[in-house]
Ligand binder design. Structure first.
Ligand code: NAD
Ligand code: DAU
Length: 351
């Protein structure tokens, strides 16, 4: 093995796609997946790689500095790809402190460990922080987020991610830590936890339950198939310029109501329901507090410098996603039992 990589949050949605890609593509790397296994972490996401010789799962909390230091001391990682986070905006409105703990303190703990254990040869290491386009705030009807857009976060989630990005940059500028950051738009695809819009809607349509759309459904998001994000992460980790940021986006802007209508049409076909059946489930509910209107990404830097581009149109990616959820019933039933039910009742007033 010539490289030991620490991936944090590898049992989550995006992390599991990143771990799978790295374990399969780089048999000479050893991939350590560090995850606390919160409600969002699920080892079932990685069943297909769990017995590979170049993969090790470590259960632990990035908020625990002693534990993180001991892990770095034991394994002397060559690189870190940091994805572990509290990731759901609605939960950040209910419990902001949890987001500060994991997203800010947890990130600083990792930076401190990297600074300490890599001090003798920074040039042989790399700390990659995976972040979000939400740090840039909200766009009006025109314009795109570039890497130069001023940070303007509105939710406790995006404020905690913005803070973590600032710390990562500060460790580069102050201590010379070899860091790279990316800020990506909304991902979708297999293993997406059904608290997020698309998997929640797929689950509810399948079960003939109301599909909650916040406000008037006018908010716009840019959607990227999760495997395309994993490809970008692999590329940026290996070839991204240190001390810089890359925006990642799908070039796929959709109003929430339009993407939900498209999903309803697709689900009618897949479930052999009469056309228009699933759309009747759409229910407009109370808007999210501080709801950002529009996100849209200019990813030309990543495309021009590193040669990445999204491989799927949303229509294709959505069909692949729906097919996956319909043929992975057990995964969905497992994650929607227990604590999820309680969350759902509170978030949507028992609808
Ligand atoms: P997720 O919620 O599905 O997964 C997060 C993972 O982190 C889970 O496995 C969880 O168990 C783990 N985790 C949480 N707290 C932890 C802690 N204290 N210690 C160790 N592990 C912990 O999130 P995701 O959607 O896969 O997002 C991954 C990363 O990508 C996050 O940093 C997020 O901000 C960023 N991101 C997400 C999107 C998106 O659309 N989902 C887009 C851009 C950026
Ligand atoms: O932009 C990147 C971000 O995308 C990531 O950093 C976050 O981790 C990820 O959760 C996602 O944030 P969003 O808030 O955009 O995703 P979510 O799926 O929660 O919501 C998408 C849009 O749909 C948003 O405008 C809110 C709306 N929505 C969401 C839910 C859960 C609804 O209308 N109804 C819902 O029930």
């Amino acid at each position: 093995m010539n490289k030991k990589l620490l991936v944090t949050g590898g049992a989550g949605f995006i992390g599991s796609h990143v771990v799978r890609r790295l374990v399969n593509k780089y048999p000479d790397y050893h991939i350590f997946n560090l995850d606390k296994l919160t409600y969002a972490g699920n080892l079932a996401n990685l069943k297909d790689v769990e017995s590979k010789p170049n993969y090790t799962f470590v259960k632990g909390d990035i908020v625990d500095a002693d534990f993180i230091n001991a892990l770095f001391s034991e394994h002397r990682f060559d690189g870190v790809i940091h994805l572990a986070a509290e990731s759901h905006v609605d939960r950040s409105i209910t419990n902001p402190l949890e987001f500060v703990m994991t997203n800010v303190i947890g990130t600083v703990n990792l930076l401190n460990a990297a600074k300490k254990y890599w001090a003798e040869a920074y040039s042989e290491h790399r700390f990659y922080h995976v972040s979000t386009d939400e740090v840039y705030g909200s766009l009006g009807e025109i314009g795109l987020f570039t890497e130069e857009t001023k940070y303007d976060p509105h939710s406790p989630y995006s404020a905690s991610k913005a803070s973590s990005d600032h710390f990562v940059r500060a460790y580069h500028d102050t201590f010379g830590l070899p860091v790279v950051i990316s800020n990506c738009s909304n991902n979708y695809g297999p293993f997406h936890f059904p608290e997020k819009l698309l998997p929640l809607a797929i689950h509810n349509i399948k079960n003939n339950k109301p599909v909650p759309v916040y406000g008037k459904g006018e908010n716009i998001r840019d959607w990227l198939f999760v495997e395309d994000h994993a490809v970008a992460i692999d590329l940026i980790f290996h070839t991204g310029k240190l001390g810089t940021t890359y925006n990642i986006g799908g070039n796929n802007e959709w109003k929430n109501i339009d993407i939900i209508r498209l999903l309803c049409q697709l689900m009618d076909k897949k479930l052999n329901r009469p056309a228009g059946n699933s759309e009747k489930l759409i229910t407009f509910v109370k808007d999210r507090a501080g709801h950002d209107l529009r996100y849209a990404i200019d990813s030309s830097k990543l495309q021009n410098e590193l040669g990445w581009k999204p491989s799927l149109r949303l229509e294709e990616g959505l069909e692949r996603t729906v097919d996956w959820y319909l043929s992975n019933d057990q995964w969905l039933s497992n994650v929607t039992s227990g604590a999820y039910q309680q969350y759902y009742e509170t978030q949507y007033d028992g609808r």
